[in-house]
Ligand binder design. Sequence first.
Ligand SMILES: NC(=O)c1ccc[n+]([C@@H]2O[C@H](COP(=O)([O-])OP(=O)(O)OC[C@H]3O[C@@H](n4cnc5c(N)ncnc54)[C@H](OP(=O)(O)O)[C@@H]3O)[C@@H](O)[C@H]2O)c1
Length: 287
Amino acid sequence: MTDVSLIGLGPMGIALARALQPKFTLTLWNRTAERAKPLLNQGTVLAPTALAAVQASPVVLICVADYTASRSILAAPGVVDALRGKVLVQLSTGTPQDARDNWAALGGVAYLDGAMLATPSQIGRPDTPLFISGEERALAACRPVLQAVAGNVQYMGEPIGNAAAWDLATLSCMFGAMSGFFHGVRICESEGLKIDAFSQMIGAISPVLGEMISSEGEAIHASQYGEPESSMATCASSGRLFVKQAREAKLDASFPDYLMGLFERSLEAGFANERLAAMVKVLRQPA
Ligand SMILES: NC(=O)c1ccc[n+]([C@@H]2O[C@H](COP(=O)([O-])OP(=O)(O)OC[C@H]3O[C@@H](n4cnc5c(N)ncnc54)[C@H](OP(=O)(O)O)[C@@H]3O)[C@@H](O)[C@H]2O)c1
């Protein structure tokens, strides 16, 4: 018997194993067994099958490419039965519905669904965030294991899809900002400006950008879209400038065109004199 079993040794699984090794004995399983070799030592063993890995420890972590891969591993004969009385933590990225389907297929196994907001090199740090949802009792049983991989464990409640929803909502914010940033890079390049100076400036003002996002979020929460400091019409004027500049400098205009599309729909819906947060009312319209 070992303390923890870990299924999946991609870049993230390997980082999880390395973060766990100083504190716990491990059983590893990966479809491609060779990937485990550099990790094996006195306290870390390789199981011949996923079933043997599940049988070996009271806490089982699975971190593979997606829920389809995860389902194919957990559906092997005997695996679900072997999980009874243990805690399974799913760390593969998926949707809230993936988490619900996974939970239903496990028929009563103590199951937590998790999402790491980190790259492999950030695993094992005290400030690394890990969203977790599911039964709080199951979390209590494996908290020290999870804290070893990500010190900032954030419990998102019992509904099993919550961690995935928080994860995707946060990633939406990150990739949305990133696509805007990349278009900003193209604006700088078109004017011969230095990209490192631009990116450092964005890093420096990010708390102010965060305040703006929080303020729009509070407006949405309170359904208060009036008395804007900067109206939708004012913001849409900036949107038009992105489109104009992209045409003038012959830049790829996918980001400005997408943004301007949302501004136009917001203006057509009559939100010209409301705050930017009113754009969410456009997005709430049926697709
Ligand atoms: N890397 C990151 O920055 C990051 C950050 C947050 C979350 N995540 C999530 O962590 C999970 C793992 O990511 P990763 O970076 O380690 O790399 P990955 O390429 O997404 O996953 C590789 C792992 O999945 C296994 N796998 C793929 N298809 C399989 C199948 N059909 N049956 C069995 N095993 C299968 C691979 O086994 P083989 O070795 O045999 O191919 C390997 O263990 C993903 O869900 C990812 O979204 C990753």
